[in-house]
Design a protein around this ligand. Structure first.
Ligand code: ATP
Ligand code: MG
Length: 354
């Protein structure tokens, strides 16, 4: 007898709506059928019954028919400034439990500038920044070149290439114009952090009660209880061709994914790993993440590898053998199926369904 009826909710690349003139990387963050099959297999290994449902406009009615016990949600969404929140919002209206972060956390973290405002409020280190909603906005004099230009609400390196690093006002205007035209959303311009690319995955939930306000006192204990940190992964940027410009680009994440060059665990001092884990936990906490997340950092080579938080991914990719989180789990001896079930177990515990 099946233990639970789980609806696996995702947006498949092959089902994505197509609009003429769309940039080629527009749907790069959606999932492939092989990832969905691997997740479904993982859940079935625990005797659960699994039904895949596409997270599109038909989902609400389908959920009312299927009435799953819980959903394993990895929907990235299609449209709008809070697209990752659409499916969780439906699930809350229908009072169906689901894995991972909820509506507010998914809306905030999809928007990188909004996430950075939350981080800055808590004195968590994130590169200085400005957003551009129009091409003619004056550059904040506090920002000095080189700068990094990226879309505000994308993932999988969408819009990110060697040209994202800009060295003067002309390059900045050119890149901001292109990003505004291609993605029709505010453009994030950040201080360029020259240094190593590190990402930290974590599974779990902080043990309550946990306030969203971090203590001002630097000597306050670092709250991390309930979280399991996976070994940090470093993208070996030096091994990619000059075309990528020392940046973890969309091309590197998609076309060149099978040549992914990385170290895991990243060669870092134990003290730095502890600091990164704490920063990842603090980011998870103040943005309200649940069950799983991956926090991306750059280490500033000009300042003793000082870590800067670039973003938090509450729906990190789960492609076997490809996604950073899966590679980190593997380095800790955790296979894909076990990772998927760890995420499910966290949600079941939260809902008192274990
Ligand atoms: N301020 C910055 N300074 C230097 N490099 C940066 C900066 N911001 C981004 N990058 C580079 O671009 C890459 C992608 O940035 P970011 O993590 O913000 O994008 P993403 O598309 O959301 O990533 P993901 O695939 O994790 O969703 C980083 O890994 C890094 O190589
Ligand atoms: Mg990233």
């Amino acid at each position: 007898m099946a233990l639970l009826h789980i609806a696996l909710l995702a947006n498949l690349k092959k089902n994505a709506p197509q609009v003429p003139g769309m940039p080629t990387d527009y749907w790069a963050d959606l999932d492939s059928s092989s990832t969905i099959e691997a997740i479904a297999d993982a859940l079935r290994q625990r005797e659960h019954r699994v039904t895949f449902l596409e997270g599109d406009v038909t989902l609400y009615d389908r959920l009312r028919e299927v009435r799953p016990d819980i959903c394993f949600n990895i929907c990235e969404g299609h449209w709008g400034d809070s697209r990752e929140s659409h499916v969780p919002a439906m699930l809350e209206m229908l009072r169906i439990p689901y894995t991972g972060s909820k509506v507010l956390a998914l809306a905030v973290t999809l928007d990188k500038p909004m996430t950075k405002r939350v981080l800055a409020y808590h004195d968590l280190p994130t590169p200085a920044f400005q957003t551009f909603e129009r091409i003619d906005e004056p550059l904040d004099p506090a920002l000095t070149f080189p700068l990094f230009v990226k879309p505000s609400r994308e993932g999988t390196g969408i819009g990110i290439s060697a040209q994202s690093v800009v060295h003067n006002a002309a390059e900045l205007r050119e890149q901001v114009t292109q990003m505004l035209e291609a993605y029709d959303e505010p453009v994030l311009v950040e201080r360029f952090i020259d240094g190593r690319d590190i990402t930290v995955g974590l599974v779990g939930n902080l043990v309550p009660p946990v306030a969203r306000r971090l203590p001002d006192d630097e000597d306050a204990p670092r709250i991390i209880r309930g979280l399991r940190f996976l070994p940090p992964l470093e993208i070996s940027l030096g091994e990619y061709s000059h075309e990528e410009g020392g940046v973890y680009t969309n091309r590197a994440k998609t076309v060149l994914a099978d040549q992914l060059a990385y170290f895991c665990p990243a060669p870092l001092s134990p003290g730095l790993v502890e600091d990164l884990n704490w920063l990842a936990a603090a980011t998870f906490r103040v943005t309200g993440c649940l069950d799983v997340a991956r926090v991306d950092f750059r280490l500033d080579a000009s300042d003793g590898d000082r870590p800067y938080i670039l973003e938090v991914n509450p729906l990190p990719g789960l492609a076997p053998g490809i996604s950073d989180l899966v590679l980190e789990a593997n380095a800790a001896g955790i296979g894909h199926a076990e990772l998927v079930n760890m995420i499910l177990d966290e949600a079941l515990t939260r809902y008192g369904m274990d």
